[in-house]
Ligand binder design. Structure first.
Ligand SMILES: [Zn+2]
Length: 280
């Protein structure tokens, strides 16, 4: 059995307007390293957002980082370049998860067929989140080795399983990685903070919601009903040992070394981070 390691790469932040305040959303991609049949294999889960000037121009959202420079620098800190990535698995095709694909012309991009359709013909509320740059990058991948469209749950490689979980988007997928401690679910925006997964747990949220014991919080940006979304989150927990939400500051940077199921405290959750100095 192949055991993989997962490294979180923080490539930037988005400063989202929330009432009168700014909520900081870190933007991550995950480097998954292991081997198959004696050969080293590197996967990237998501490819992150465009550079902040571009994001600001299109969405009027500020922040820092993003783009080829931030992603290349983050890979460089792990001793890798874009050419060393064998697979890029897109959890979904929103702008903060699936830009920069042109950095990896030789890698195989893996995405649910339903998500590509969603990007071509989005539900109306999500049109602004699917960018033409992502679509263009995908359509230019004509060789089979450059693009793999999957349908439903898929065993991509030994120890790398894709769970199809329509919820946030129509073709959302969660990547479950087997490490030596257990199975890590890179859940992306199926529940992008711990409080969505553990709404009644005081370690996950300042405002435990006992009424939601044994259930989940679901997000506002959604393509499916709450019932479908709840079932998707339950299925992920049933098929994994820990979850790693996409936009929580508290997620472990190195797994399995910094393995945890729920953080020890809410310190570092978005709500606790003061508005950043506005330098951008
Ligand atoms: Zn996101």
């Amino acid at each position: 059995m192949t055991h993989w390691t997962v490294t979180t790469l923080r490539i930037g932040e988005l400063y989202l307007q929330h009432g009168g305040a700014i909520v900081r959303d870190p933007v991550h991609v995950w480097l998954v390293r292991g081997g198959v049949a004696g050969k080293a294999v590197n996967l990237l889960v998501d490819s992150g957002m465009a550079d902040i000037p571009t994001v600001h121009q299109r969405l009027k959202v500020k922040g820092w980082g993003g783009g080829h420079a931030a992603l290349t620098a983050a890979l460089g800190q792990e001793g890798l370049g874009p050419q060393d990535i064998d697979y890029v698995v897109c959890t979904h095709l929103h702008f903060d998860h699936a830009d920069n694909l042109d950095l990896f012309p030789e890698a195989c991009v893996v995405v649910q067929r339903a998500e590509l359709m969603a990007a071509v013909d989005p539900v109306p509320s999500q049109r602004i989140f699917y960018w033409k740059s992502t679509l263009r990058n995908l359509i230019e991948r004509k060789r089979p080795a450059q693009l793999r469209l999957v349908e439903g749950d898929t065993d991509l490689l030994p120890g790398i399983r894709l769970l199809s979980v329509p919820s946030h988007t129509e073709g959302m997928q969660v990547v479950v990685v087997t490490t030596e401690k257990g199975r890590v679910a890179l859940v992306s925006d199926l529940g992008d903070h711990y409080r969505y997964w553990y709404p009644a747990d005081p370690r996950a949220t300042d405002h435990p919601l006992r009424s939601l014991s044994d259930a989940f919080l679901t997000g506002n940006i959604r393509s499916e009903s709450e019932r479908v979304w709840q079932a998707a989150m339950r299925r992920v927990l049933d098929n994994a040992d820990i979850v790693v939400p996409a936009h929580d500051f508290r997620i472990p940077l190195r797994m399995p070394e910094q393995w945890f199921a729920i953080p020890d405290s809410t310190d570092g959750d978005l709500a606790h981070v003061p508005p950043a100095d506005d330098e951008n």
